[in-house]
Design a protein around this ligand. Structure first.
Ligand code: GDP
Ligand code: ZN
Length: 309
């Protein structure tokens, strides 16, 4: 019996009340947690989706999580209903994939910019994928790919329907832990099915039909990709960490402002209507994408309304 209990390293895919789904080798092992690990033994407090853990695999296919291995990053949000406590919703996320469409639903650049702010704030790489290009005019989505590409973000287009661009999507997901985010109906589930055509049970779990009931909580669920890597989604990411940004700090997350900001007349320039603002000058000369600047003003106002300073 003793030799059947093996220590292995796995990745936590999903956290429910008592059972943790852990990817170990090629299987998903339901695990429990070694008593007290959650609070007392670990510097990390509790096990989260994305954690790499050491598990003791028992002969009955169950496992016991022994230890949380070092986290390289974590994505958290602040919960207003719990006295603004910070909650880690996922760890070791390499990148977020922001999915947009230009038609059905229409392009929501304000939402895109909010996701980018979240990524910048959490220092997580962000990729932009414009899906449903079979429904759109090439010039419409190319414009966004060009504008956001110029900011340094990897941006590309796909159609889950025709398969166009799916290879590029796969290349960007390989060896990475990627969180899929985007407005409802943009094709997140369809794209996951498109990158995993041999949909096994794991893929089924995230399909449009079956995924609804699973996400009763706002926790992240990761699933393994056959070409190495993990993909996951969270219904709660929209509330992630945006409104705990002070409005004066918002500009930090706009990568294109950086190179102009130190030429502004005032050190604490917010680039709204201060005299001698180099960012506004860059906007007027077409060096800053006007739609994104417009979103900056809207987001800035929303932070002001939240009484943070
Ligand atoms: P989700 O809510 O982001 O997961 O979106 P779904 O994957 O459920 O897709 C919403 C709807 O859009 C479904 O009816 C899909 O069949 C459709 N859809 C998804 N991707 C594409 C695409 O690339 N082109 C077209 N024409 N329809 C798509
Ligand atoms: Zn300025």
């Amino acid at each position: 019996m003793a030799q059947e209990n093996q220590l292995k390293v796995g990745k936590v895919l999903k956290v429910t009340r008592k059972i943790y789904d852990v990817a170990v080798d090629d299987i998903i092992m339901p695990c429990v947690i070694r008593g007290k690990l959650a609070i007392e033994d670990s510097q990390y407090g509790s096990v989260r989706a994305g954690d790499n853990v050491q598990v003791l695999a028992a002969s009955d296919g169950q496992g016991v999580i022994q230890e949380i291995l070092p986290r390289k990053s974590s994505l958290s949000r602040i919960i207003a209903s719990r006295a603004y406590k910070e909650q880690i919703i996922a760890t070791n996320i390499d990148q977020i994939l922001i999915i947009m469409s230009t038609q059905k639903p229409s392009f929501k650049s304000g939402l895109l910019d909010r996701y980018l702010i979240i990524a910048e704030k959490n220092q997580i790489n962000a990729l932009i994928c414009i899906n449903k290009i079979d429904l759109a005019d090439k010039k419409d989505f190319d414009m966004y790919i060009d504008e956001y590409g110029k900011l340094g973000y990897t941006a590309f287009s796909t159609s889950a329907l025709t398969g166009e661009g799916v290879d590029e999507l796969i290349n960007n997901l390989k060896q990475k832990v990627t969180l899929f985010v985007g407005y409802s109906g943009v094709g997140k589930s369809s794209l996951i099915n498109a990158v995993e055509p041999d949909a096994d049970i794991e893929t089924q779990r995230i399909s449009p039909k079956t995924n609804k009931g699973l996400h009763t909580t706002s926790s992240v669920q990761l699933f393994p990709l056959s070409f190495n890597g993990f993909a996951g989604d969270t219904p709660g990411i929209r509330e992630l960490g945006l409104w705990n940004i002070l409005r004066k700090d918002l500009q930090r997350y706009y990568v294109e402002f950086h190179k102009y900001a130190n030429e502004c007349q005032f050190v604490d320039c917010q680039h709204i209507n201060e005299p001698g603002c180099a960012v506004k000058k860059a906007l007027q000369s077409g060096h800053i994408f006007s739609e994104r600047y417009k979103n900056y003003l809207t987001i800035y106002d929303s932070l002001k309304a939240a009484h943070y300073d």
